[in-house]
Ligand binder design. Structure first.
Ligand SMILES: [Zn+2]
Length: 301
């Protein structure tokens, strides 16, 4: 199944549901960054969550950034996801591997660490971005983001995230977010029913591995509650907006002295984009042009 996102409402607009399949894009992140198994699961869950959170924003240029900073060996994770269906992200220590946890699963909580913070920035594409921070609950990502949704957005939410690896490849990845919107949030029976339904899913990736389509999985959770599809299926993908021009802009910020020493000592500069792993070679011509820009702007002032 292609990576895709599907949105729906139920209970006469009182419930919002969004599901996403991210198998290929998580595999791409694994290859680009050389992620270990546990790093693939941690970043894959966070990328999946980023797409789910971004899906509720209105403008196509809107983006959500999620930073997870725990006390575990993986270090920080950063994900940037857009309403347009693009996502990118990286882990500070991508090669860290841990033995399975006591349930025999990838120990994401141990790798991320249960102590630390989760930062979410929602940028609508205009005005100031909306930032909020919550303490980590378990470092398993799903629990931590559910706590964020309840605390910061005050929306009763059920979130399932999953990444399943087999023989070194991402075999299935995706997630489901079901929220009770403010107009129905006082309906305790509805909130309890949803929590029960999502818990009964027993994870998201087993459904995908059983060959179920994304629409069928959502139908299975909300089908008897007046489910209505919101729009066409949206394709989602790993994408980074880095370019040589942006890399040169970043080098320019280092200043004239630093650029001159790069030119003299290394005859160029090699820059790797954190987000996607793309390597850029800035040659002597590029650096000389930057130095020329400094002289031109100095001459003008
Ligand atoms: Zn990049």
């Amino acid at each position: 199944m292609a990576d895709q996102l599907l949105r729906a409402t139920a209970a006469e607009g009182g419930i919002r549901a969004v599901g996403v399949v991210t198998t290929h894009l998580v595999q791409e992140a694994r290859q680009r960054h050389g992620l270990s198994y546990v790093a693939t699961a941690a970043l894959g869950r966070t990328m999946t969550a980023g797409l789910l959170l971004a899906s509720s924003m209105k403008r196509t240029e809107a983006r959500v950034n999620i930073r997870v900073r725990g006390n575990g060996p993986l270090g920080s994770l950063l994900v940037d996801a857009g309403r347009d269906g693009t996502v990118r992200g990286y882990v500070e220590n991508p090669g860290v591997e841990l033995p399975p946890n006591e349930k025999g699963k990838l120990d994401v909580g141990g790798a991320v660490g249960a102590e630390g913070y989760l930062y979410v920035v929602r940028d609508n594409g205009y005005g100031y971005p909306y930032c909020s921070t919550v303490g980590l609950v378990s470092g398993e990502i799903g629990d931590d983001l559910t706590a964020y949704l309840v605390a910061s957005e005050q929306t009763p939410s059920a979130l399932v995230l999953g990444v399943y690896l087999q023989a070194g490849e991402v075999h299935a990845a995706g997630g489901l977010l079901v929220q009770v919107l403010p107009k129905a949030a006082r309906d305790e029976a509805l909130v309890a029913l949803l929590e029960e339904r999502v818990a009964s899913l027993q994870g998201f990736t087993p459904q995908l591995r059983a060959g179920r389509q994304l629409g069928d999985i959502i139908q299975g959770v909300l089908g008897d509650l007046g489910l209505e599809w919101l729009a066409e299926t949206q394709l989602v993908r790993f994408h980074c907006g880095c370019t040589m021009d942006r890399v040169l802009g970043a080098i320019k910020i280092l200043g004239e002295t630093e650029i001159r020493s790069m030119l003299v000592e290394d005859n160029g500069a090699e820059v790797t984009c954190h987000f996607c792993g793309q390597v850029y070679q800035a040659g002597p011509d590029h650096l000389e042009q930057l130095l020329l820009d400094f002289q031109t702007s100095a001459g003008q002032s």
